[in-house]
Design a protein around this ligand. Structure first.
Ligand code: PHE
Length: 460
């Protein structure tokens, strides 16, 4: 069998894994979650969730991949037997479904980037209506999403080192620079300080169980956990690398970008006297309105912003496509190029109903009803494979490490490339988190989410 490839260095792994983590989750989802859940109070709880659960689960996933040097299915099967292999299948299925909708949102970001560049945005008066029209009229969107999938496939087809790693090494620093430049600009606006205060000074009375629930879900989405993305990337990591240290870099980069995205968006939102709790439309409805009101510079600021969003999304779609691709290359021995072409076409087709569910086709738009609302097929896929699926994946992974693989083997893997690991505080900390924190909290979140979403029982 041809060599499956590997990252060239520690930096290569970190750039790619941080690229996976930094995505729409940081720039699109994090600000609206924070805006709806009390700003600074949410930020605080979010950081605690990252520290107590997110980081240890990330270390767990990477170690499973690195230990076996195999795809999600192969890795679980090798370490735990055939039954555990199903958990790998679940990760691969989740990646396919999740990518099919994620790519639709990436297509929106692409469409908005183009509209900023051609200045169309300056002639719009009602941005809410404009957004609904945009996402319901799929004649353009079809091609934007297709273009996005094509770009993703092109990079993944070039392989781990030449494709995934090189693209991440360029896109990630570019993203950072754009983000910092936009923040510097947003700080110059009137009332920017009010936004910064809302975002940084916590009002502890706003914290309740729902804040914790939302923050943990956001942490999993943002860190790319619970779906085997990091098992897959971990499988391309050399045995001499330090997993704990690499995971710490990835977690910090992801958290920094989410934090900075808030620091950009809240001053912008407050400068226009708009409520921060606008929900998912925040980035697509509120921000374009703000850009348009900035005068001649507006479309340029907007273009940079949406390019940033596209870059962030691209390094995440790459990691999602890599999950089924690695599986098929490892297990079936097919050539990478063939596998990339076939899987990306299938995933794009699977995403078409979600694309049509924003008003274009009634059947997909009014697909079903639960949680007291009409749900589109897009909502259903995200609910199952993100809100419910990610905590479930993390929960089962921690059970797997404790009950099947055993904590000692987990520690052995972490000690490779990290001579001072044995006996360290980190060793005790990870053991505690993976054995207690992660399974208890993630299990509880899974049960609560299922009850709330599908049975209408709201316990918190
Ligand atoms: N972490 C990505 C984001 O923040 C999404 C993602 C989730 C990617 C799971 C891969 C796996 O947008």
């Amino acid at each position: 069998m041809a060599s499956r490839g590997s990252f060239s260095s520690k930096i290569g792994f970190i750039a790619a894994a941080a690229g996976s983590a930094v995505g729409l989750g940081n720039i699109w989802r994090f600000p609206y979650e924070a805006g709806e859940n009390g700003g600074a109070a949410f930020l605080l709880i979010y950081l605690i969730c990252i520290f107590l659960i997110g980081f240890p689960v990330m270390v767990g996933e990477i170690s499973i991949g690195r230990s076996t040097q195999l795809n999600a299915f192969g890795a679980y099967k090798q370490l735990g037997g055939k039954k555990w292999g199903y958990l790998g299948y679940w990760g691969i299925l989740s990646a396919i479904m999740f990518l099919s909708v994620y790519n639709v949102v990436a297509g929106w970001a692409f469409a908005y980037f183009i509209q900023m560049v051609d200045g169309k945005i300056m002639h719009i008066t009602d941005f809410g209506t404009h957004f609904s029209e945009q996402i319901s009229d799929v004649s353009d969107l079809f091609f934007y999403s297709l273009g996005f999938m094509f770009l993703t496939a092109f990079i993944v087809a070039r392989g781990i080192k030449k494709g995934v790693e090189s693209a991440s090494k360029i896109l990630m620093p570019a993203l950072f620079i754009m983000l910092l430049a936009l923040i510097a600009y947003s700080f110059t606006l009137d009332n920017a300080l009010e936004g910064i205060e809302y975002y940084l000074i916590p009002d502890l009375s706003k914290i309740n169980l729902e804040t914790v629930y939302n923050a943990l879900g956001q942490a999993f989405f943002s860190l790319s956990l619970g779906m085997a993305a990091l098992i897959t990337y971990g499988s391309y990591m050399g045995k001499q690398e330090n997993i704990v240290n690499s995971a710490a870099w990835v977690t910090s980069a992801d958290t920094a970008v989410a934090f900075l995205a808030g620091l950009l968006i809240f001053p912008l939102v407050f400068s226009q006297g708009i409520s921060p709790s606008e929900g998912p439309g925040l980035v697509f409805v509120v921000l374009p309105g703000i850009f348009a009101s900035l005068g001649a510079i507006g479309p340029w600021v907007g273009a940079v912003f949406f390019l940033l969003l596209c870059f962030a999304a691209l390094t995440s779609t790459i990691s999602l496509l890599e999950i089924p691709v690695t599986y098929l290359v490892d297990e079936k021995g097919y050539s990478r190029i063939k596998v990339v072409i076939v899987t990306s076409i299938i995933i794009f087709i699977v995403g078409i109903p979600s694309m049509l569910s924003q008003g274009a086709v009634d059947f997909f738009t009014n697909f079903t009803f639960y949680e007291g609302k009409v749900k589109t097929i897009f909502d259903v896929v995200f609910d199952i494979f993100s809100d419910v699926g990610l905590p479930l994946g993390g929960f089962l992974m921690s059970i797997f490490i404790v009950k099947r693989w055993k904590i000692n083997n987990f520690h052995e893997e972490l000690a490779k490339g990290n001579p001072s690991y044995k006996g360290s505080f980190m060793e005790k900390y990870l053991k505690f988190s993976i054995s207690y924190f992660a399974p208890i909290f993630l299990g509880a979140i899974f049960v609560l989410t299922v009850l709330q979403k599908f049975f209408g029982i709201k316990l918190i």
